[in-house]
Structure formats: structure tokens, C-alpha cells
Write a protein that binds this ligand. Structure first.
Ligand code: PLP
Length: 221
């Protein structure tokens, strides 16, 4: 009951063009079904094994998004069904995704993860790194990849000015990459930023995809 209300409330508080990825990592399938039964279809997971179990057990028309760090050797398991991979941060990984997409005869939608937080984080490309990746001849050959936009995570802090400036820098990076690499591609249109604690700021700075767990399902245990 509460999950349904949480989703309705969230959907009413965002513009129609914004999509919400319900982050269901660690959340039991019964709770996911509750969200599903109030017409929610987009769910995000960060571990391949858990994602596979849920994809097997839950309705076929769920759109699964991979939002966590992805190892190349696990791509083959999710390639047949994954709707979007938010966490691409190197060319080798992208190359494996392309190969697996070919085997499955599909185009896989990907976002480049950009490191925007000032705090030390392991994952994500610099804006220059993203530019290099997109300029690489190998990338030009990858016919079964569609780069749909960028993803980023702000620093975990109460300092809202800092969060805003990090989201703003991601939006700036998005505009630059769009004009340099995708000016004629409508499909480069997604900015995945904003979680339970900072999504209102992300919306103001141009987010099109929000990744929200706690506000929908409650605190993870
Ligand atoms: C867990 C997670 C989220 C959601 O976090 P909440 O604070 O529960 O909304 C969003 N993005 C990523 C990459 C995550 O791992």
C-alpha cells in the first residue's frame, strides 16, 4: 500500500518527460510486484546475480536497468533482456556489450557514467575520457550500441550547493558531448542523475531519468 502511494506521489511531483527508475536492489520481489501493480515498469538493480533472479521470477514486461558497476564477464547474462546500462565507463566494457548485443541480435542502450563527485570514487569517466572514448575508431565500429546519454552521482553530502554544482557540471558535459558527437542523433537525450536525497536538485538541473530507491521502498536493511 505504502509503496503504491510513494510511487504515485513521486510521479505527480515530476514533469511528464522525466522517467523514474525504481531502484529495487535488496528489495524483495513481493515489494517490486506492489510497484508493478500500480503500473510501474522501470526498475534498477546493481548486481547481476540479483538482477537475473528477479528478471526470471517477475513479469516479462518489466524494463530492467543496470545501474551498478558491471564486469565484462557478466555482460553475457544480461545482454538478452537489459533495457539500459547506466554504468558504462570504459571502451573495453562497451566493446563486450556490443559483441553480446550482436549475439542477441539487438541494440543495447547505454549511458556513459561520468565522475562528477569531488569525493574519491572508483567508477566513472572524466569528461575528457568520455570524449576520447567517443572519438575512438573502435567505438565508431560498434553498430549494436546506442549511447543514449550520461549518468552521474553527486557527492553524498548535505551541502546542496555542492550537489547542485556537480549536477550542473554533468548537464554541461551532456551539452558539450551532444554538440561534439551526437548533434544529429535524437537518441542522445538522457541525463540520469538524482537519487532519493537529491532528486529535486537534479530535476532543476535537467535530469530526465531519476534513480530512486529509498523514497519508494523505504530504507534498505
Ligand atoms: C542505490 C542506488 C540509487 C538509489 O539510492 P536511494 O538513495 O535509495 O534512492 C541510485 N543510483 C545508484 C547507482 C544506486 O546504487
Amino acid at each position: 500500500m505504502e509503496i503504491a502511494e510513494n510511487i504515485q506521489r513521486l510521479k505527480h511531483s515530476v514533469p511528464a518527460y522525466v522517467r523514474i527508475v525504481a531502484v529495487s536492489k535488496t528489495i524483495p520481489e513481493t515489494d517490486i510486484l506492489e510497484a508493478y501493480h500500480c503500473n510501474h515498469r522501470i526498475f534498477g538493480e546493481n548486481r547481476v546475480q540479483e538482477l537475473l533472479r528477479k528478471q526470471t521470477n517477475l513479469p516479462r514486461d518489466i524494463e530492467w536497468h543496470m545501474i551498478g558497476h558491471l564486469q565484462s564477464n557478466k555482460v553475457k547474462y544480461i545482454a538478452p533482456f537489459i533495457a539500459m546500462i547506466h554504468s558504462v565507463d570504459n571502451l573495453d566494457l562497451l566493446s563486450v556489450i556490443n559483441q553480446e548485443a550482436i549475439k542477441n541480435n539487438r541494440i543495447i542502450h547505454c549511458l556513459l557514467q561520468i565522475r562528477i563527485a569531488q569525493e574519491e570514487t572508483k567508477y566513472g569517466l572524466s569528461p575528457e575520457g568520455a570524449h576520447e572514448l567517443l572519438s575512438a575508431p573502435e567505438f565508431q565500429q560498434m553498430k549494436n550500441i546506442s549511447i543514449c546519454g550520461l549518468m552521474g552521482m553527486a557527492t553524498f553530502t548535505q551541502d546542496t550547493a555542492r550537489i547542485r554544482s556537480e549536477f550542473r557540471s554533468l548537464a554541461g558535459c551532456f551539452r558539450q558531448i551532444k554538440s561534439d558527437h551526437f548533434s544529429t542523433y535524437e537518441s542522445f537525450s538522457e541525463l540520469s542523475m538524482g537519487m532519493s536525497g537529491d532528486y529535486p536538485i537534479a530535476l532543476e538541473e535537467g535530469a530526465t531519468l531519476l534513480r530512486i530507491g529509498t523514497l519508494i521502498f523505504g530504507e534498505r536493511t
